[in-house]
Design a protein around this ligand. Structure first.
Ligand code: MG
Length: 272
């Protein structure tokens, strides 16, 4: 038997799905569960019902010890580099490159170097303005982190964006670890360069394996969430991967897909 989870509390949607699946469902506090021996393609169902639907994966959620999330457009609502560029009146140009990089059409390192170079000369004050005025934790993110913490699960954020933001997030919402790129700064202005190793797809995956080694957990005890092409490598080294409002290539590779609701949908899988 397989369990399909309908991630909504809307009974009308559950009844419509029951008509399609042809089986009874069980109501849980935050979602509905359908037990079936049929193998259904849930992709068209998601579109028809406008709701998140996932098979309960063969994965032991009671053994999870680590959760690693991408930052931009996964844990938070923006691509920080696009918003910084807005202060240089270059948002359309930079955002276009970011979008192509996240679709996997560009070499990540080269595209990051190119975009950061466009930020040269900006006052560091704009970083604070982006953080306080534009950056918000995505829906359900704080609830998810609070839940994971209660389960004794370590949490981390990793980003091809910048440490200025990952470090402030760690302080403000209580994550355990962070890793990202460091913007080079001189005399309170961005130099247009990046310091140290670039955090690309490979470096993100390395961060996950490093944390596994540090806490002596196996890949089957790790959940990773992301939305862009540079998240695919870390998704491949984790036992369970979540595509959050993600690019098509990421949705294709993920174990769990969230395209309608918030990050707290992940909590539904622990409800056993
Ligand atoms: Mg992202």
């Amino acid at each position: 038997m397989n369990t399909i989870i309908l991630h909504t509390q809307n009974l009308d949607i559950a009844n419509r799905m029951a008509d399609v699946v042809g089986v009874e469902f069980e109501a849980r506090a935050t979602h509905f569960r359908f037990l079936t021996d049929k193998k259904l393609d849930v992709t068209p169902l998601r579109e028809v019902l406008g709701a998140d639907i996932n098979y309960l994966p063969a994965f032991d959620f009671t053994k999870v010890r680590l959760f690693v999330s991408d930052m931009d457009s996964t844990l938070i609502n923006i691509e920080c580099i696009d918003e910084i560029a807005d202060f240089a009146h270059l948002k359309p140009q930079v955002a276009k490159i970011t979008e192509r990089a996240m679709q996997g059409e560009l070499d990540f390192n080269a595209s990051l170097i190119e975009r950061v170079a466009l930020l040269k000369g900006l006052d560091v004050e704009v970083l604070d303005r982006v953080y306080t005025e534009r950056l918000r934790v995505n829906s359900g993110g704080k609830e998810l982190l609070q839940f994971l913490k209660m389960q004794g699960i370590k949490t981390a954020v990793v980003s091809g964006g910048f440490r200025y933001f990952t470090q402030r997030l760690v302080q403000d919402i209580g994550l355990d670890y962070e890793r990202a790129n460091t913007l080079a700064i001189e005399n309170n202005h961005l130099t247009g360069g990046v310091e140290g190793e670039i955090i690309n797809a490979t470096a993100k995956a390395k961060f996950v394996t490093e944390l596994c080694a540090k806490h002596q957990v196996s890949s089957n005890q790790v959940i990773v969430a992301g939305d862009g092409a540079n998240d695919l490598e870390m998704m491949a080294v984790a036992g369970l991967s979540v595509a959050y409002h993600a690019k098509p290539t990421v949705i294709e590779c993920a174990d769990i897909v969230i395209s309608y609701g918030g990050l707290d949908i992940i909590i539904d899988f622990f409800d056993d």
